[in-house]
Design a protein around this ligand. Structure first.
Ligand SMILES: [Zn+2]
Length: 213
């Protein structure tokens, strides 16, 4: 969520600043921000859906092949499972015992978990992945939009930029803290990246605005 928040703030704020720098009206900048929010959320959702779906398909194919192998060669699969436990540090006698008991309990679940690394309870879920990333994007894209709504007209560009940067610094620090990395380095990195993105988009927006008007 913290990682996705960067994208949402930087892309929405950059879009709004690019439009604002072309000396567009407050309303046009607001429309740009809202359109950026919707477009970003939809594209995050679609992207997540596609990537998690293909992960899910790969898992399904692995499970299906495992199911066939279990039906065709149960004995070979049993010793394969025992080998896996031996590799993890059990002696061969105990490994055989564990393999036999887990096979009796739920043979497919045992092979999924210990051979394929797929946990039955945390399978890839395309729809869940899609809507959570869409909502997360929309929430953070609101930061520059709210800043615009509250900013006095004459200082809208600095207010949108500053609010976005302060949020990026805060979220970068939180991300660094959660990831156990250096808080300052993480904050500095997102700040530099965000500043560059916003400045470039504003400069291009200004240039295009000048040449079109
Ligand atoms: Zn197997």
């Amino acid at each position: 969520m913290v990682l996705g928040s960067n994208d949402a703030i930087v892309s929405t704020a950059s879009l709004m600043l690019g439009v604002a720098a072309s000396s567009a009206s407050r309303q046009s900048v607001l429309v740009a921000g809202v359109a950026g929010l919707v477009a970003g959320s939809m594209s995050m959702a679609a992207g997540e859906f596609v990537s998690v779906s293909s992960q899910r398909d790969a898992e399904d194919a692995d499970i299906e092949r495992e199911r066939r192998e279990l039906g065709a060669e149960p004995q070979a699969e049993l010793s394969e499972l025992a080998k896996i436990y031996e590799k993890r540090g059990l002696d061969s006698e105990l490994a055989a015992k564990v393999a036999a008991q887990l096979t009796a309990h739920d043979v497919l679940a045992a092979h999924m978990r210990d051979e394929l690394g797929i946990d039955k309870h945390s399978r890839a879920r395309p729809f869940q992945a899609a809507w959570t990333s869409a909502i997360s994007f929309a929430v953070f894209a609101m930061v520059p939009i709210l800043a615009l709504l509250m900013a006095p007209e004459r200082v809208r560009i600095p207010v949108v930029a500053a609010t976005s940067l302060v949020s990026l610094i805060g979220l970068g620090a939180i991300g660094g803290y959660l990831g156990g990395a250096s808080v300052w380095r993480a904050a500095l990195r997102v700040t530099l990246g965000g500043t560059l993105a916003m400045a470039l988009t504003a400069a291009i927006g200004r240039a295009v605005g000048v040449s079109v008007n």
